[in-house]
Design a protein around this ligand. Structure first.
Ligand code: ATP
Length: 328
């Protein structure tokens, strides 16, 4: 028999990403639309264990659609990885009368939700929020598009100084396991080379490409490097290597770091967050549980948590070829 859902909790967990607030707003307002009470759960699973809940109505999420970060705060909870911690969280949810929750986060957060669902048969739904876009089952995670725009803007600025001094810049961007950010900003900002975790292009090819750039009369060169680049050298080691082998280059390094996570979400992320929030709540109402909401073929789609967690998000290798052609 379908359980009647009267109260839904919403939390943000793991690393923050632009668009999380827009997703909280969407979950809260969809609940209000369907006359379901909504509770914000502070500090991810840590706040769930502590019973740190606040009732939210349609007005409590005004003015947040354009804000980066998350008003509910986020956390990584060691205690939730233990049976005792999860039992304490379950007791707090029951005490507050919460019947289901929506977790906005990455694959770790979904694993936690999946384990919790299995142990307590508690309805859970996920919204992918991470700038890396490294989750299977959605072409875009929340925050990814904003991060691309932020990084492209910064590289454009670095290009200004690079071309004024005829310099070569290595720019490190986020992406430990997948090269989505590096590949797309590389093409978007006109990088000469893009180094990603999925492909080892090799140091010889890098030198050859930089030599070609120099002889073709380019006044600056940008190489975008993902954190987890497969060549296995840090941006600083790459700088040393190129300076040793190509004395004609003056090389600089820029590690973009946490600024990539911040800022006001792009229109794309706000719309995506709104759609995902509606889909998550309405899926719970119709009795669905243990799924992640995703964007597929321009529509909202559900992927079982175990597939979302185990599956691998794949880069578009054609973009590497496009980049090669563009950097002639
Ligand atoms: P990001 O992509 O930003 O790292 P994430 O959701 O993958 O986000 P994690 O720190 O891996 O971030 O996971 C968030 C939280 O989910 C953890 O702090 C922990 O509380 C919970 N969690 C992760 N894995 C498990 C697990 N196997 N069992 C129970 N809880 C888990």
């Amino acid at each position: 028999m379908l359980q009647t859902i009267k109260k839904i909790g919403v939390l943000t967990s793991g690393g923050d990403a632009p668009g999380m607030n827009a997703a909280i707003r969407a979950v809260v307002r969809t609940c209000a639309f369907h006359s379901i009470k909504c509770y914000g759960i502070y500090r991810g699973y840590e706040g769930m264990i502590d019973g740190d809940f606040v009732e939210m109505d349609a007005r409590s999420v005004k003015g947040i659609i354009n804000k980066g970060g998350t008003i509910l705060k986020s956390a990584r909870s060691k205690a939730f990885r233990t049976v005792e911690g999860r039992k304490a969280a379950y007791d707090q949810l029951k005490k507050a009368g919460i019947d289901a929750f929506v977790v906005i986060g990455g694959d770790g957060s979904f694993t936690g939700a999946m384990v919790f669902n299995k142990e307590f048969d508690f309805p859970v739904m996920g919204i992918p929020g991470t700038i890396d876009n490294d989750i299977y089952g959605t072409t875009h995670t929340l925050g990814y598009d904003t991060a691309l725009n932020t990084v492209v803007e910064v590289i454009d600025k670095i290009r200004d100084t690079a071309s004024s001094h005829n310099r070569l810049f290595f720019i490190e961007v986020m992406g430990r396991d997948v090269g989505h950010i590096a590949l797309n900003v590389g093409v978007g900002a006109g990088a000469e080379e893009i180094l990603i975790p999925e492909e080892n292009l090799g140091l010889d090819r890098l030198l050859e490409s930089l030599r070609r750039s120099k002889t073709s009369g380019k006044s600056s060169s940008i190489v975008v490097v993902a954190e987890g680049d497969k060549i296995g050298k840090s941006v600083f080691e790459l700088k040393d290597y190129v300076e040793e082998n190509m004395t004609e280059y003056e090389v600089r390094v820029s590690v973009l770091g946490h600024m990539q996570r911040g800022g006001s979400p792009s229109c794309f992320d706000r719309v995506l967050a709104s759609r995902m929030g509606v889909k998550a709540v309405e899926s719970i109402i119709t009795g669905k549980s243990n799924y992640m909401v995703g964007l597929k073929n321009d529509g909202m789609d559900l992927t079982p948590f175990d597939q979302a967690v185990k599956g691998k998000s794949k880069i578009d290798k054609e973009l590497l070829r496009v980049s090669d052609i563009m950097s002639i």
